[in-house]
Design a protein around this ligand. Sequence first.
Ligand SMILES: NC(=O)c1ccc[n+]([C@@H]2O[C@H](COP(=O)([O-])OP(=O)(O)OC[C@H]3O[C@@H](n4cnc5c(N)ncnc54)[C@H](O)[C@@H]3O)[C@@H](O)[C@H]2O)c1
Ligand SMILES: [Zn+2]
Length: 507
Amino acid sequence: MAVFAKDECKCIGCNDWVICGLVGRPQHVVKQPKTGSISSAGKSYRFISSEETPEVLAHGRRFSRCLPVIPQNADRSGDSAANQQPRLVERVSIGQNTGIATLRIRLVPILPPPQLTTMSDVDDYSTDKPFRVQFTHRLRFARDILGKDSAQLLQLLEASEGQTARVQFWIDRQVAQSNPELLDRIEQFTTRHAEQFQVCGKPHLVDGGEAIKNDVDVLRNMLRQMNFADLDRRSYVVVIGGGALLDAVGFATAIAHRGLRLIRIPTTTLAQADSGVGVKNGVNLFDKKNWLGAFAVPWAVINDQKLLDSLPDRDFRCGFSEAVKVSLLKEPAFFHWLHQNAESIGNRGPECSEAIRRSAHWHLRHITEGGDPFEMLEARPLDFGHWSAHKLETMTQFELRHGEAVAIGVAIDTIYSGLRHGLSDDAVELVLEALQKLGLLTAHPALDRTEELFTGLVEFRQHLGGRLTVTMLEDIGRPIDVHQVDREAMRQAIESVRERAATLQTR
Ligand SMILES: NC(=O)c1ccc[n+]([C@@H]2O[C@H](COP(=O)([O-])OP(=O)(O)OC[C@H]3O[C@@H](n4cnc5c(N)ncnc54)[C@H](O)[C@@H]3O)[C@@H](O)[C@H]2O)c1
Ligand SMILES: [Zn+2]
């Protein structure tokens, strides 16, 4: 009968003897571990008990299930054991009785563990792995989204995995007040399509304008309402309002469950032409614009022409400063068209909708094709004219609208570009004329506080991180990034804008 030599039968795992078939020598039948390892003939085997394994005598204790029969010549050589079949092993002694037991064990070859011996092996796990995430930017244009074009909104409220969409509405209170039929129309829309989506309560009304971005309690309340309605990552928040409300609700949806589906329906020209199409959301903190915020791609943006009807003239004009800005950066022909039609646009003429469409189109292209949607790089060309605009907004406690501040900022940086970067006098004049005809060159005493205004450059750099990078123009349609600003030339540019705006005001 083949018998393992003593030291071939040690369990590597527990160092106990395992069944080794030494009849009449029960001291060797000490334990039958459920698992373990056996060395045999220079090889190691993992030891796995099969179901039928009888338990045997170990350390003087009696274990049950000894079976009566065993082939006398059971082969337990290491090699044949390696075929991984359960096999009969050995006769053993139980207590005082030398009996015969069968033991089924399976011997499985042990694979050598991966060796991590040198530092370079460990370093192999350190990596810089670029990856891409695919987004879809859905931009729609409508003439009446709660009326004849409502199918567009309906199509965006996709069900997911058989569950109808759940939708919560947030409305700019001033928009609702200026459009008394708005809430009724939303209710009719939701009732009409009750089978396609489920509306989560009545629309939430919030005061619009910059004030809501300055009040963190408004944000907290938004989050509370989203939680209260059990919104999840497949739920939709539809926000109808100006850029300030879109920014605040957008931020709430970006952080609730790390992202709800946001459908923006902007109601100002500025938000339709620019901010609504963007991927930035945020509120103001520490007296700084958009200090608290997040990049998040909206589920969709719907620019509805009808909702602009109630917008006061002053706010209506504001959006076109962003149109001028983007045209100067991206498309000279668009700029010249804006210049030609500036007066009509400023008076809400028929060209307005084309100007908004084209501006939104360029903003969308910049985000989706510009290669830096989340502004990781130092250059932020869409912020042309914005270093002073943002500062002017806070310096005037938001008396100046964003669009008005941007018009002043674009004028300042255009004149500066003429002084320092070769932009021709004619081009400078065309830009100033366009802004003026649009009714956007507003005088404000804050323009006298030049030193304070200059701190806008520092804050702009801080917001971006890294070195100062501002966009200037070498020509219309030819922007450049600059990292230094000549203070004297900039002072001159600010002074020119201040004088020009003051002259316009006294006319
Ligand atoms: N996220 C971005 O990328 C981005 C870009 C540019 C500007 N912004 C932000 O947008 C904000 C400015 O937005 P805005 O210019 O749209 O103005 P706004 O949201 O401040 O609205 C101006 C006023 O008009 C009211 N209003 C809005 N739509 C109306 C309508 N159809 N009828 C009647 N009243 C209406 C509002 O209630 C508010 O009182 C600023 O906070 C600015 O920082 C954000
Ligand atoms: Zn802007």
